[in-house]
Every structure is written in C-alpha cells, then in structure tokens.
Design a protein around this ligand. Sequence first.
Ligand code: HEC
Length: 165
Amino acid sequence: MRYLTLALISSLAAFAADPPEQAKRGKELFALKSASGSACSTCHQLDDLGSAVGPDLKTMGRLHPRAVVMGILATRTQYVKEISQETRKSFPAIKSGEDYFDLSKNPPVKVALSPSDIKSAKDNGNWKHPPESRGLKREQLADLIAYIRFATFGDTKGVPVSDIP
Ligand code: HEC
C-alpha cells in the first residue's frame, strides 16, 4: 500500500511537471538547431536545458510576450561587449556570472579573462543576435514564449498568437 501511494504521488508529480502541448512545442524549438548550427539552447539555459551564455530568460518570463519578442528580434545589444586585448584582435564577448564567453565562436566558448587582460571593452557594434531568430513565425514565437513562461513559473495557460506583434 505504501509503495502504491508513493508510486501514485510520484506519477502525479511527473504529471504536474509535464509542460502542456504549446510549451512542449516551444521546448523542442528552443533546442532545435538552425542552419547555422545553433539553437536557442546553445546560448540560453532554461532548467536543465542549454548553456547559460546569454541572459537568463526567466527574468523575462513574466513580461508581456511583446517584450520578449522585442528581446528575441532585437538588432541592438545591451550586454555584449567588443573586447580587445594586447595579444588578440578584438572580439565580441558577454559576461555570464563570473565567466566571459567568446561570441565569435559557434558555439561560444568560455574564455579566461581577468580585468588586467582587457585593454578595452566597448559597446558592441558587430555581433548580432542570431538572425535566423528573425525568421520565426508568430506561432513559433508564441510557442517559445509559452515554454519560457512554463519554465519560469509553471504557467500552463500558454500564449495566444494574437499577443505576438
Ligand atoms: C549564439 C548565441 C545565442 C543564440 C543562438 C540565441 N541567443 Fe538570445 N541572446 C544571446 C545574447 C548574447 C543575448 C544578449 C544580447 C545583448 O547584449 O543585449 C541574447 C538576448 C536574448 C533575449 C533578450 C534577453 C534580455 O534580458 O534582454 C532573448 C529574449 C533571447 N535572447 C531569446 C533567444 C531565443 C528565443 C533564441 C532562439 C530562437 C536565442 N535567444 C538564441 C545569445 C544567443
């Protein structure tokens, strides 16, 4: 009986943790590699999926889908810097926690950079958020955001396509 109860509880927990259809499609899209060989998960981490190179998308999970779309389609960057060093031509990089990632590589690679290694850090003017993300259809953007919301606060309501500009 006790084992049966435990089995029941764990299957209920598994049910609760299962994303609804739309978020499930969004999760697949998040991990799907595009022609350039990168997926959202190459640079963003949600729960156990992906690498934390770019910003944590959970900070956007409760914003209106419009704001998240702006982040995905943005052509200007806020965090990426153009780093130059004595020993190396300048390259685009982003600081993630204590680490820097070299965005000139695909996938981006972690680089050891201490402040004394950095000759200058300028605002980025060259690196662009993967342009293929601009080819996403409105339905796909809604699915992706449904997954971001599910991962952020367990949202199961989903995102209507009419919320996507
Ligand atoms: C090659 C790495 C890379 C890939 C692939 C990538 N991103 Fe990003 N993303 C970044 C970086 C770096 C930034 C920060 C840009 C900046 O400086 O503002 C960012 C920013 C964002 C933002 C804005 C976050 C904020 O806090 O302002 C969103 C939303 C986002 N990405 C979603 C996505 C989605 C969805 C995909 C897949 C369709 C994707 N990204 C693919 C690297 C990537």
